[in-house]
Design a protein around this ligand. Sequence first.
Ligand SMILES: [Zn+2]
Length: 162
Amino acid sequence: MADEPTIWISGRLVEKIRAHGAETYPHECCGALLGRDSGVVAGSDPNKDALNAEREILELLPLVNRRDDSPHNRFSVTADDVRAAEKAAREHGLDVVGWYHSHPDHPARPSQYDRDHAWPWYSYIIVSVQKGAPQDMTSWRLTDNREGFSPEGIEIRHRAAV
Ligand SMILES: [Zn+2]
């Protein structure tokens, strides 16, 4: 699993995602991940560097789950949300690099719905919230053929974000 992509996130943001999931329980929370992909390591194979690119999450934009039909197991990101997230990212000099949401009383694994609604390239962080208490957190990226998700490692950075 040496080529498993890794995302870096500060402990402060991990706590914010977990708190958001607890706050909206038993409904799903959702939000945008703002950050950047880190630079290429000099001198090595450029294709390999792309595989090993690290992604840093430096800010969050909590969003309102607009699904009122089934908010306990669905979330939706609207075009307005994407615009708001991109605007917030620009203000921080960052990009929208992914989305997070919670799974109330379900494991932190993507559902079929998640797969059907995911976009390529973005990281998808999922936090499991069991009986109101946040548990596991995982991150996923759609495979190139869009048929599934592959896991990403999450590295928690304990120093302050840049
Ligand atoms: Zn989900």
